[in-house]
Design a protein around this ligand. Structure first.
Ligand code: TRP
Length: 353
């Protein structure tokens, strides 16, 4: 049996380099293998509303932004089904029944939720919808019989929760045929790619920390951000020995630089190891390294920007694609919804003779 792949993002802002190396890149890779039955990429507007109930416009406007980011980054709407969560009503029905299989204490122990609650400072005004979103996310995954979920590492507890729901469902209802499949996560290869730091060097790149380089940033913005990026505070004069560990510019080079970039942009060095060695010895200035990084990022971002320009001319077509795909996803989810209701024993029409 071939894989069924599903993943998604909340439409609360544009996607950035952290999203790209942490998950988008892997999705594009998987897409191009073509070794799957179905590939869904969900724009999680319902989930975004769980902490944006009064900021509907922000969520609404970012749906098209995220869709454009996906296509610009290389997802092909002819190969993957990009759809809008709230337009697939079946998902909410799954959630209703799954909620009976998970305790509040279990949700409160979810490390990602814990972290997010702290970050948002909810206190006693924590919305029910927010604490519940791991269950809703399990519905997103389980409704389609998903086998693989390519995500950033912060999403691992969500997949664990979905797996627990499968086990709990099977234990509680002993379905005669399999209804839900145990999903597996797919994360980026290296720790660095899983947690690309922001330009401030303090925390992971994220829109909320304001330390991100976006896929839609123009050349000038990228240059300014890279030039202001955190390096080694003790590397003051060019001749000073510098530190590579914790140096954001080298972290980005680790993530994006390939040997051929040296041939094209910095032929004095063969590879990143040589550049690092020189930096550590002293005699290599930050501006030179940053200028090299900017060239690499520009090479990477230019085609993405060009595709974005194209997309901007076809906004209505993209919306149409999203609506049609949501209908298809809805039809797909309805099949498993019926199976679930059969297994639970609430398909009352079965009572008719
Ligand atoms: N929680 C994800 C995020 O914050 C978005 C998401 C919603 C998702 N449903 C999903 C990811 C299902 C993977 C699978 O970006």
């Amino acid at each position: 049996m071939k894989d069924i792949i599903l993943t998604g993002d909340r439409p609360t802002g544009n996607l950035h380099l952290g999203h790209y190396v942490g998950s988008l890149q892997k999705r594009v890779e998987l897409q191009n293998t073509l070794s799957y039955d179905k590939f869904y990429v969900m724009i999680a507007d319902t989930q975004a509303l769980t902490d944006n109930a009064d900021r509907v416009d922000k969520v609404k406007n970012n749906i098209i932004q995220v869709a454009i980011d996906y296509i610009s980054a290389g997802l092909d709407p002819r190969k993957v089904n990009i759809f809008i969560q709230s337009m697939v009503k079946e998902l909410h029905e799954f959630t209703t029944y799954f909620m009976n299989l998970v305790t509040l204490a279990r949700l409160q122990r979810n490390p990602t939720i814990k972290e997010e609650i702290k970050l948002r400072g909810f206190g006693s005004s924590l919305p029910m919808g927010f604490i519940n979103y791991p269950i809703s996310q399990a519905s997103d995954i389980l409704a389609f019989g998903t086998t693989l979920v390519p995500v950033g590492e912060d999403q691992l507890p969500m997949i664990e929760q979905a797996r627990e729901i499968v086990n709990s469902f099977n234990f509680t209802y002993s379905p005669k045929e399999e209804v839900f499949v145990l999903p597996k996560p797919v994360v980026a290869q290296t720790k660095l790619m899983q947690r690309l730091p922001g330009i401030d060097g303090k925390v992971k790149m994220s829109k909320s920390a304001g330390n991100a380089i976006y896929l839609c940033d123009d050349e000038k913005t990228v240059r300014e951000k890279v030039m202001s990026a955190y390096t080694d505070p003790n590397h003051i004069k060019v001749s000073d020995p510098g530190q590579v560990e914790g140096n954001i510019v080298f972290a980005y080079l680790d993530a994006f630089c390939r040997d051929e970039h040296f041939k094209n942009y910095l032929p004095d060095y063969q590879n990143l190891d040589e550049l690092k060695a020189h930096y550590k010895r002293g005699g290599l200035g930050d501006v030179k390294v940053k200028t090299f990084l900017i060239k690499i990022l520009e090479e990477f971002l230019t085609p993405i920007r060009q595709r974005r320009e194209e997309c901007l001319k076809h906004i209505d077509d993209i919306y149409q694609m999203l609506f049609e795909n949501s209908e298809k996803a809805s039809i797909d989810a309805a099949v498993r919804l019926e199976k679930m209701k059969d297994a639970i024993g609430i398909n009352y029409k079965n009572l008719l003779n």
